[in-house]
Design a protein around this ligand. Structure first.
Ligand code: GLP
Length: 245
């Protein structure tokens, strides 16, 4: 894993935007895997700013999001569908029909999970996947204990994850209990992975990722088995590991 150390959240977001924009500008059709949460917000802002200033076009880009809550309507501001439209898609020139998220309101979830993985495969696989990390090491919504060979599936969210995400909802009770997420193997099939980590609340997770063993108890540890992972982490996230880098 290649680690790029940056000062703060702003620099992390800028660096990540540079990596993505550089690839997008090459102009080849590409599949970009996207994440939600607080971490990639600044990245999306930087992509929008670049699009407005420099006209970088996303007409040839298809996106696949990692996950979606079960049971939230598209127009619910807490759905990841809404988040992506509001934080990125509405502000760049990507055709709407080229932006995919798993459907958290599907009639048949087994079918939806299979369909999502099949779609990614049929369109050529993910070229670059953006990832954040949960405090317990989750990637997407793959909580500790998720088998590494898992494909897209339905998960029961850990209480700690619901609590961490409750800041976006009115009350903890409003946070959904389930989500649909790309599996670990779906993520690992990406040709390249860009993991963004910022803030002291992630310092422990970074420490475990860099120094712990590869274990299903800490989902992000699987990334050590991938041949093309870049981590962009800020000083606070690296505060527990700086000495040994
Ligand atoms: C959320 C998302 C993940 C995200 C993680 C960290 O629950 N499902 O994809 O990476 O938790 O979120 P944040 O960036 O807000 O810390």
């Amino acid at each position: 894993m290649n680690i790029i150390q940056v000062t703060d959240y702003k620099e992390m977001s800028q660096k990540a935007a540079e990596v993505i924009i550089h690839k997008v500008k090459q102009g080849n059709r590409m599949n970009l895997g996207l994440a939600t949460g607080g971490t990639p917000k600044g990245l999306y802002e930087a992509m929008i700013e670049d699009h407005q200033k420099n006209g970088t076009s996303y007409q040839h880009v298809t996106t696949f999001n990692l996950d979606e809550y079960i049971g939230l309507k598209e127009q619910d501001p807490n759905s990841y569908y809404y988040y992506m439209a509001d934080s990125l898609f509405n502000h760049i020139d990507i055709p709407k029909f080229q932006t995919y998220l798993p459907n958290g309101l599907a009639d048949d979830y087994n079918h939806e999970c299979e369909h999502y993985d099949r779609l990614i495969k049929a369109l050529g696989g993910i070229d670059l996947q953006v990832l954040g990390i949960g405090q317990n090491g989750h990637i997407g919504f793959n909580e500790p204990g998720t088998p590494f060979q898992s494909s897209t599936h339905i998960v029961t969210l850990e209480e700690s994850t619901r609590e961490a995400n409750a800041r976006y909802f009115n009350t903890l009770d409003d946070v959904p209990t389930h989500a649909i997420t790309m599996g670990i193997s779906s993520i690992m099939n990406s040709k390249e992975i860009l993991l963004l980590v910022s803030g002291e609340e992630k310092a422990d997770a970074m420490q475990k990722l860099l120094h712990g063993e590869i274990s299903e108890d800490f989902p992000a540890s699987v990334l050590k088995r991938h041949s093309h992972v870049t981590i962009i982490a800020d000083q606070k996230a690296l505060s527990g590991v700086l000495v040994s880098l």
